[in-house]
Design a protein around this ligand. Structure first.
Ligand SMILES: *[C@@H]1O[C@H](CO)[C@@H](O)[C@H](O)[C@H]1NC(C)=O
Ligand SMILES: *[C@@H]1O[C@H](CO)[C@@H](O)[C@H](O)[C@H]1NC(C)=O
Ligand SMILES: *[C@@H]1O[C@H](CO)[C@@H](O)[C@H](O)[C@H]1NC(C)=O
Length: 240
């Protein structure tokens, strides 16, 4: 099966990357470089924002992919007894589901802002008083249909057709309409969102990961599209 060859190649590359540990980065004698002008150490961001709305992929997702269903079976098949990203001593005090055995950058961000860790939008029992997390593990910047059209069956990916960033924008619009601005006039609605921080996590890595090992099936224009789609989508998040 051709896919198992690619799987082997990808795992080999991954192990190679891990073994190329950047020892340079751990060499304390490089750290004497002075910080750039204007750099402030220990800035206190507590109280600057009262809510966070987060977008992205597995680097940011705190449970949406899990709550959508497929990820759970994918992960348990792949890692079954060897490693579970959902249970660790640290995770026992984190609610939701992360593809990590500890906190994500978004968790550290919330701690720095002194607000509770963000719940996934698809967690029906969540308390969204401090914002919501719309990120979906495995999601792409390019449209889902494109991956279906070119039949990208990357063996490390959990769905033939990924969710893409526009799903997250749709969720956000629904969330604002049905919850944040429900029954409010425009001024009250804007005031509800005035102190919110929009966190746009990493997105686009899955587009490249899906294309790995597929040969050059992606049309040449796609690279430009990858850069363009998120900026269009993000500009569309503004309230209309
Ligand atoms: C750390 O960096 C210094 C200065 O560049 C160098 O002289 C030294 O050999 C490095 N040590 C290691 C362990 O790489
Ligand atoms: C939701 O969380 C906020 C802030 O932590 C808290 O004040 C509020 O009581 C919570 N609401 C419910 C219904 O638990
Ligand atoms: C963004 O909004 C504009 C104007 O409302 C619309 O024409 C465009 O199709 C939207 N783009 C996306 C990616 O939703």
């Amino acid at each position: 099966m051709a896919n198992s060859k690619y799987l082997f190649l990808q795992i080999a590359c991954f192990i190679l990357l891990l073994s190329l540990s950047p020892s340079y980065a751990h060499n304390k004698s490089h750290e004497s470089t002075p910080p750039p002008a204007g750099f402030q150490e220990n800035v206190d961001f507590k109280g600057c924002f009262n809510k966070v709305y987060a977008f992205g992929d597995s680097d940011t997702d705190t449970g949406n992919a899990h709550n959508l269903g497929d990820l759970k079976s994918f992960i348990s098949t792949l890692f079954s007894h060897a490693w579970s990203p959902y249970c660790s001593s640290e995770n026992s005090k984190l609610s939701g589901y992360r593809l990590s055995n500890g906190r994500l950058v978004i968790d550290f961000l919330c701690e720095a802002l002194n607000i509770p860790h963000l719940s996934a939008y698809k967690d029906s029992s969540a308390n969204f008083s401090s914002g919501a997390n719309f990120a979906i593990a495995g999601s792409t910047a390019l449209s889902s249909n494109l991956f279906g059209h070119f039949n990208f069956g990357n063996p490390l990916m959990w769905k033939p057709n990924p969710e893409n960033i526009l799903t997250q924008i749709d969720w956000f619009h629904n969330f604002v309409g049905e919850r944040e601005c429900q029954g409010k006039d425009e001024a009250a609605c804007k005031s509800e969102l005035r102190n919110a921080l929009f966190w746009i996590g990493e997105i686009g890595g899955n587009d490249y990961a899906r294309a790995t090992g597929q040969g050059c099936k992606v049309p040449c224009g796609s690279r430009a599209t990858t850069n363009r789609v998120p900026s269009i989508a993000i500009s569309n998040m503004s309230l209309k």
